[in-house]
Design a protein around this ligand. Structure first.
Ligand code: ATP
Ligand code: MG
Length: 409
């Protein structure tokens, strides 16, 4: 991609109404554009990152048997009334009437509609277990939408739901998904700590995946060495005894919940009538779990934990491009470097702009944060070389232009 052709432009200053680091850098870098509080559009650069996050999620969930589907955002009042959430979730769910005064809502999660849909396909123990997921837009009337991509009112969620005949099968699958979550977060470049959190009706605890970060709205008591934590919501002496944890091994930290897994039991299947016939001919409610990740929140969290004063430092796995190629002094050689990188399938953003000073180009490379910067300049070419620097390091090195590719790993 040539920088001169890019749809978005970088900004020197962050908009004054954005206090969160992720929003500041992502807007300045041209990754996202703000529509209103809690509502952002993904520009081509940002969408490249988001798609990489989503594909990591897909790969790991497909490995544990998840099947991707795509549900509707428009929701029936009736489906949500069956569980009582049409009323109880009024504050978070956007609800409205059409011209004929019929009521609708926008999905803020999808337990009810998916349970209703599953009734078409699950009726026997032979139909179980099943696991389906989607990566889709959710709407929530979030009162505090001030954290950039971390708390949107319109945002992307990956939601996975699993259906089981018995608790043992659910418990096993739940652990498999927890492992898949570990893989997803570490591949995306964050350290997400599995955290005991409040469990609601059907299990003692749920599990949150929390990333320690100052911007976080959660408080956890964490043992970073052993990679475990407990959310303040459920933190008390009784719980610590229950877990067998020593209070002194835990430190209080702020954190961002990037994912959440939850045993639902029959909370949705019972009211919505999702049942199956077991092998002895008895009708039973299906046992369910749900598993969420916010891909946008995850992207924002990476920015929160991986940046310096100049900009973002993307992990290669989700960087918009692997290489940021900067051409100075109007040379022809940079074009050849660009062609070579492309022919090797290496993703490259090529700063070919000839109306920008070197300082501006370097500032943009630091702001956008691709893992490797290659500079082709009059000075480097005098040595028959290009200059290569990692975004995460300060030292640049000269590499002969005939075999610079070998320096890229
Ligand atoms: P929080 O307590 O932070 O509001 P939640 O418990 O409401 O989160 P879930 O309903 O479990 O979150 O949603 C699943 C995942 O979706 C969360 O773990 C988070 O990554 C993401 N998510 C939730 N709300 C938002 C939001 N407003 N903006 C962006 N991502 C979100
Ligand atoms: Mg919430």
């Amino acid at each position: 991609m040539k920088f001169s052709q890019l749809f978005s432009k970088t900004l020197r200053e962050a908009p004054s109404d954005e206090t969160a680091i992720n929003a500041q850098f992502l807007i300045r870098g041209g990754f996202i554009s703000k529509v209103m509080a809690g509502v952002y559009e993904y520009m081509p650069l940002g969408l490249r990152v988001l798609n990489k996050v989503n594909n990591i999620i897909r790969e790991e969930l497909n490995k544990v048997g998840g099947q991707e589907l795509f549900m509707s955002v428009m929701q029936n009042k009736e489906t949500w009334s069956a569980t009582g959430r049409w009323d109880s979730a009024k504050e978070v769910m956007y609800q409205f009437k059409d011209a004929a005064s019929k009521e609708y809502g926008l999905g803020f999660t999808h337990e009810e509609p998916l349970t209703a849909t599953a009734k078409h396909f699950i009726s026997s123990y032979k139909d179980l277990p099943k696991a389906v997921y989607q990566i889709q837009t959710k709407f929530r009337n979030e009162p505090r939408a001030k954290s950039g991509l971390l708390r949107g009112r319109e945002f992307l969620m990956k939601d996975l739901y699993s259906f089981h005949a018995d608790q043992g099968d659910l418990d096993q699958y739940y652990e498999k998904v927890a492992e898949a979550y570990d893989n997803i977060f570490s591949r995306a470049g964050v350290k997400a700590i599995r955290t005991f959190a409040s469990g609601g009706l059907f299990s003692k605890y749920s599990d949150e995946f929390q990333v320690v970060a100052d911007i976080g709205e959660d408080i956890i008591y964490v043992n970073e060495q052993e990679n475990k934590a407990v959310n303040k919501e459920v933190y008390n002496d009784e719980v610590l005894t229950d877990l067998g944890w020593d209070k002194n091994s835990l430190t209080e930290k702020k954190s961002v919940e990037v994912g959440n897994i939850f045993k639902l039991g029959t909370k949705f299947s019972e009211p919505l009538g999702l049942t199956f016939m077991d092998s002895s001919g008895n009708n039973k409610p299906v046992i369910m779990a749900s598993y969420g990740i916010g891909p946008g929140r995850l992207m924002g969290t990476v920015v929160e934990v991986s940046h310096d004063s100049k900009g973002i430092i993307w992990p290669e796995s989700i960087a918009p491009f692997k290489v940021h190629l900067v051409s100075l002094d109007k040379n022809k050689e940079a074009d050849e470097v660009y062609t070579q990188l492309q022919s090797k399938g290496i993703e490259v953003l090529y700063d070919d702009r000839d109306d920008k000073a070197p300082g501006e180009k370097f500032a943009d490379a630091d702001l956008i944060g691709c893992p490797i910067r290659i500079v082709v300049s009059k000075k480097s070419l005098e040595e028959g070389s290009v200059e290569i620097k990692k975004r995460s390091e300060t030292q640049a090195g000269l590499h002969k232009i005939d075999n610079f590719l070998s320096a890229l790993n």
